[in-house]
Design a protein around this ligand. Structure first.
Ligand SMILES: Cc1ncc(C[n+]2csc(CCOP(=O)(O)OP(=O)(O)O)c2C)c(N)n1
Ligand SMILES: CC(=O)[C@@H](O)[C@H](O)COP(=O)(O)O
Ligand SMILES: [Mg+2]
Length: 606
């Protein structure tokens, strides 16, 4: 039995016979199922590319030849055969292997961004660089999924690749017919015709001017190697169309109609005490409320970028299939299409993970906000997500939102305020709205003790002294209340307020801030240009001399880890905030922000 342990790096692969390689594939599958079901992660995508990964590393000589992966979630087999099998059990653990390619881990990993549809653009750039630097002996190989191929950037890149007959790139299309769910649109329909029709009809790739090889059985190593060698020998841009099965070799994944085990949760640790009833997930609270509002709001339609279930739209889609649109992994199109829907008299809800909206900022700014289109953006996974690493944290949305004229932004603190904010957003007809909430459980509802011009007061100062105003943004309410209690122990009067709608900065919040000795803002998002910065600016514009402390995430790419650990590492805990506020009030040292006070995690962030 050829085991992983018997192969030392990709060079060892090329010495194996075909049967030995097939045995190795079985051993890799065993390791994937055993470890990923324990650690959590992307099991289905990796199972689907075991043979493809082996064939790629037997035909091409990485890292001289550069093998690039779109999204990177399917690279566990690649990691295993490029020297990281022994560490594979640390996958997605703090300080352990990243769940995506990592340049710090290996020379075989070139691109780390987990945002889809980018790989062909990297490849186009690399091919041009090799042409200009004379490094024409290095192959450029770009693996892209059928889902990622529905993203606009992929076609921008194909347009350029087709224009570079003297700049060879081997595009490996990993066609498993699915993103999470079956991939939607004309592109998968075309690929299906290529799979089933005789090769009389030209592929779209050939019509663009690229060579096309396939379709090839993506689980037949010999056939794959022959096709890849042929493609590499063409010396021009070529698409190798590989047919694979997501979840291959693990029956529960193969039979999973939802998403073929796209991403599995970690196996829960054995417990002695009964597990407490889980509090509702933010995603489910949103999804159930939107479905409930769908009857009362016939003008509401929902859009997703290939993530219907992950963003909570399943219930709405089940009840209103004609009012639900999956546009593929195409966030830019989703947003401008929503503007079109709004111009047509409807109220679109664009449900998206916060980090993925980054790429549709221009569309939000100039296709939606410029036209004051009543589009509601619902951002899940806002703030620190943690396990999926730097490009998955939703830590830029609050900063981007500050730049959009007329955009109203809500950051609910719990399930009750999420439901309320959604109802309020759907009632806005004269401009865009956005709601943002983190990954995971919405936790217990946090009641207000009073309201003030639409803002929720969560804590009044016992002594009515107006020493500190703690402005809680979204899900940081619990942290703020803990900080307030700690600060009050030092004899200071602390008010905690949750504006609920945090942009534009409410006038009532400025008014409230003017009357306090110090204002502190706490957000699960980037400090730079975030909600706190906007509040600080608004106070300054009102002529306030009140010092403002903003607590949030540093302007860094944060390594993967557990959400709570990352928040703590950057001072977003009651204890850290209290200490910094008390020191600022005591005048001991008001030049230091909490982000500098907090201990940095091992393997300091970039
Ligand atoms: C811009 C962007 N939007 C959404 C996602 C979330 N996402 C991760 S993998 C995936 C599906 C990818 O499908 P495909 O490219 O076919 O790869 P497969 O999982 O089938 O191997 C999606 C939508 C993302 N990573 N990037
Ligand atoms: C690879 C990718 O972008 C998604 O699959 C992401 O991993 C989603 O993660 P969660 O849905 O677990 O937050
Ligand atoms: Mg796919």
């Amino acid at each position: 039995m050829t085991s992983i342990a018997s192969v030392h790096g990709p060079d060892g692969l090329r010495a194996l016979t075909l049967p030995q390689t097939e045995e190795l594939a079985a051993d890799i599958r065993r390791l994937l199922v055993e470890e990923v079901t324990r650690t959590g992660g992307h099991l289905g995508p990796g199972l689907g590319v075991v043979e493809l990964t082996l064939a790629l590393h037997r035909v091409f000589e990485s890292p001289r030849d550069q093998i690039l992966w779109d999204t990177g979630h399917q690279t566990y087999p690649h990691k295993i055969i490029t020297g990281r099998a022994a560490a594979f059990g640390t996958l997605r653990q703090p300080g352990g292997l990243s769940g995506y390619p990592s340049r710090a881990e290996s020379a075989h990993d070139l691109i780390e961004n987990s945002h889809a549809s980018t790989v062909l653009s990297y490849a186009d750039g690399l091919a041009k660089a090799h042409r200009l630097t004379g490094a024409t002996d290095r192959a450029v190989v770009a693996v892209i999924g059928d889902g990622a191929l529905t993203g606009g950037m992929a076609w921008e890149a194909l347009n350029n690749l087709a224009d570079g007959a003297d700049r060879p790139v081997v595009v490996v299309l990993n066609d498993n017919t699915r993103s999470y769910a079956p991939t939607v649109g004309g592109i998968p329909a075309h690929l299906a015709r290529l799979r089933t029709e005789d090769r009389s009809s030209h592929s779209v790739f050939e019509n663009l001017g690229l060579a096309y090889v396939g379709p090839v059985d993506g689980h037949d190593i010999a056939a794959l190697e022959e096709a890849l060698r042929h493609a590499a020998g063409l010396g021009r841009p070529v698409v190798v169309h590989c047919l694979t099965e997501k979840g291959r070799g693990h029956a529960p994944a193969e039979q999973d109609e939802a998403d073929r085990f796209h991403a599995v949760r970690p196996r829960p640790a054995a417990r002695t005490a009964p597990r407490p009833a889980p509090e509702p997930a933010w995603t489910d609270v949103f999804g159930e409320e939107l479905a409930a509002l769908g009857d009362r709001h016939p003008e509401v339609v929902a859009l997703t970028a290939a993530m219907l279930a992950p963003t909570g739209l399943t219930a709405f889609a089940d009840r209103f299939p004609d009012r639900t649109f999956d546009v593929g992994i195409a966030e830019q199109h989703a947003v401008t299409s929503a503007a079109g829907l709004a111009l047509g008299g409807l109220h679109p809800v664009v449900a998206v993970y916060a980090t993925f909206l980054n790429r549709a900022f221009d569309q939000m700014l100039l296709d939606v906000a410029l036209h004051r289109a009543p589009v509601t953006f619902v951002l899940d996974r806002a703030g620190v997500t943690g396990d999926d690493g730097a490009s998955h944290n939703g830590m830029w949305d609050l900063t981007l939102f500050q730049m959009v004229p007329g955009l109203r932004v809500a950051a609910p603190r719990d399930a009750a305020t999420l439901r309320r904010a959604l109802r309020e957003a759907l009632a806005v007809q004269d401009g865009p709205t956005a709601l943002r909430f983190p990954k995971g459980s919405a936790g217990p509802d946090i009641p207000a003790v009073a309201t003030l011009d639409g803002m929720d007061v969560l804590r009044r100062p016992g002594s009515y002294a107006r020493d500190v105003l703690l402005v809680s943004v979204g899900a940081m309410a619990g942290v703020c209340l803990e900080a307030a209690d700690r600060i009050a122990e030092h004899g200071f009067g602390v008010t905690v307020v949750d504006p609920r709608w945090i942009a534009p900065v409410p006038d009532a919040l400025v008014e409230l801030g003017l009357g306090h000795a110090l204002v502190a803002t706490v957000e699960d998002g980037g400090r730079s240009g975030g909600a706190g910065a906007a509040i600080s600016q608004a106070l300054a514009d009102a002529g306030a001399r009140t010092p403002v402390r903003t607590f949030g995430l540093p302007q860094r790419f944060l390594d993967h880890g557990r959400r709570d650990d990352i928040l703590a590492a950057h001072g977003l805990t009651g204890r850290h905030i209290a200490r910094a506020v008390v020191e600022a009030l005591a005048g001991r040292d008001d030049s230091v922000s909490i982000g500098d006070l907090a201990p940095q995690p091992v393997g300091a962030d970039q």
